[in-house]
Design a protein around this ligand. Sequence first.
Ligand code: C2E
Ligand code: CA
Ligand code: CA
Length: 632
Amino acid sequence: MSHRVAHTLQLTGPETSVAAPAPAPRKSAARPMTLMVAPKPAGVAEVRAAVHEALPGCDCVICPDIRQALEKAETLRHFGWLPAIFVLDYRGGHPGDLADSLRKVCGAEPDAELMVVLEDGDPTLWRAALQVVQTPEKLTFLMTPFYRPDAVASLKSLAKRYQATAERDDAAASGDHTIRGLETEVTALRARLEIAMHAAQHDPLTGILNRAGFVAELTSRLNRGRKRQTVLLLDLDRFKAVNDTLGHHAGDDLVRKICSAMAQLMPAGGVLARLGGDEFGIVIEDASDQGVHEFCTQLLRVCGQARRVAGHEVQVSASIGVAIQDESRSEVSIMRRADLALYAAKREGRNRYRRYDAALEKVTKRRLSIENGLELALRTGQFRMAYQPIVTAQHGTVLGFEALVRWDSPEHGPVSPAEFVPVAEETGMILDLGDWITRQAFKDARRWGGPYVSVNVSARQFLRQNVAERILRYAEEADLAPSRIQIELTETAIIEDVERAAHNLEVLRAAGMRVALDDFGTGYSSLTYLNQFAIDCIKIDKSFVDNVARDKQSAIIVASVTKLAASLGMGVVAEGVETDQQCAVLTAAGCGALQGFRFGRPMTPGEARAMLVAASGDGAMAKSGDPILLSR
Ligand code: C2E
Ligand code: CA
Ligand code: CA
């Protein structure tokens, strides 16, 4: 027998002699012990340290697999030890292995308490565990990153619970179930309830209230009705990018840091809760308009501070939706209003707060009816494509056409793509709609000869599996040469998933297609950063073009961007050109290609063809096979 019997958890009771085998000890008098199953030895030390701290003077028996742990438990039982707690460290493990281990422990040691250490954000293991264990209150999860105070508190509760159950069982066994039996039963129940209540209402990562706890607190405040409650829902912008690029540990670390910074801003009587991954809920009482404004401004400031996580400087921003309690005093109503306001804040560009008001209700209604109408629109052919010419700055020669989708809704009339494309993005409809757009645009372009067609591919579409292969297939189906295709992407489509984007861009470029970066100047990234991706040209956003003729600064910015782009081998298209003056300034600044009402509005495929035919008469058209230059 191993000498590791010394690694025993001593909780209570008189000692039983080690030498004398005692097959059926009184449970509460036996020496409880902890058995730890750790297939991977990496995290053993930190868990053992937590056991030491929680249950001082003892260690735990560590086994590489469940079979050995159960054998050891069986042997030690004959010497007066009882396996009280099984700690299963299955970080990075296989759900099947965990389920199998739990099944075996429950079968062999039904009285033991179970603690499972898991990687946070791995619901497969978590679900596997819950499916196997009949009484889920027996299970305690400890999520990584390993936070020792949590582990210690949980181990203490488990030991207490085990002890209380053992006493109750003893009392029942000895026929002494009167007062003592009831008392211990009550203690055990209370301990279980306390743990369950706490776990049910708190977030294990930050220790603050979770969604259930938040709603319970809000409801009780609204019911008390003494003070006016204001709810703020706060969501971190682009948090997913942190998780994806730096990993979940970094994401968790950032959430904790932001959480504690926000906690310091909370006014008296305020409540802060973590409602989900990167979403927080706040309640404040009797706040004035000015008070709400100042509080939100401070929250936005602390959320937006640069922080060091996982060795990197990370900066995110936040969006906030604010709602004040209404006459109904219903928590559902106030949460819904705050949620609408939060969505509006995000739609309006993030990094801001937005209060709920009646106008928002109207906007939401329209949005909903657009959302509901999109699918029918696609099925019944309500969409059509329009094409806007892109011309050379020098001679006005048509280089290509940007494909722009149009929706003539029987219910709403013409709806702008600026309105319905984001809705389609949100619902996922953009995948089917985008497929339709791509195929239609390729078909139309096939008919007009020379110039290229430039298709907008939204972020969600571009992040889809095999998107590049899909686009290539559509080109083949339409019999359109890849050299006559340009894909327009926004920065978000690239930085949301850098690796996937880089791969897709390479595939498209290798096939001979061009890639344009749309709306340049409205995002965050610099040209030198974007240069690492395979991009052929940038489209300077209309907001810059609007100012170039009036404001010298804008003209200088455009000129320097164009120069930098050229030095990086990228061409420049200026969008939204409406006047001769803009045209002159942009040409002087070095833009190779121009697009805007000055040269043609979005038109039907027939009109586009007619434009080309007319142009071929006076030579203002790039003939099929001509090199298409986007920069000078
Ligand atoms: P965008 O990609 O930046 O498209 C350019 C927008 O500017 C188009 O608006 C175009 O009609 C407009 N425009 C072009 N020249 C001028 C001008 O001189 N003056 C003014 N005032 N506007 C000009 P549109 O067609 O309403 O599209 C709006 C946005 O909707 C597009 O912005 C794009 O983000 C999205 N969108 C449009 N069609 C599609 C599509 O087929 N797929 C995807 N994913 N998005 C699309
Ligand atoms: Ca575009
Ligand atoms: Ca654009």
